[in-house]
Design a protein around this ligand. Structure first.
Ligand code: FES
Length: 92
């Protein structure tokens, strides 16, 4: 292994996990629709912020889950209506 540089100022993780049966998960709570819209909005405004799909982040009951790093900001029940607030958080 070698050290790698961090090319981004911030990293936004968007859970895209699908769980079987009756188990709660972000994909059953419209995370699939959220991801491309959030990514497009962030890309349009910030060239130094990376948006990545992730597996389960452990907050399945309050998804869609979005995490902003390195700020350690964890957000739940994120819908399209929350995109503007996320963009504000990324300005700092
Ligand atoms: S399924 Fe998204 S946090 Fe677990």
């Amino acid at each position: 292994m070698i050290p790698a540089k961090n090319p981004y100022r911030k990293l936004v993780l968007v859970c895209q996990n699908q769980r079987e049966g009756d188990l709660n998960c972000c994909m059953k709570r419209k995370a699939g629709e959220l991801y491309p819209k959030l990514k497009e909005a962030i890309k349009a405004q910030f060239s130094d912020v990376r948006v990545s799909r992730t597996g389960c982040l452990g907050n399945c009951g309050t998804g869609p889950t979005v995490v902003i790093m390195p700020d350690d900001v964890w957000l739940g029940e994120v819908g399209e209506g929350g995109i503007a607030e996320i963009l504000e958080k990324l300005e700092k």
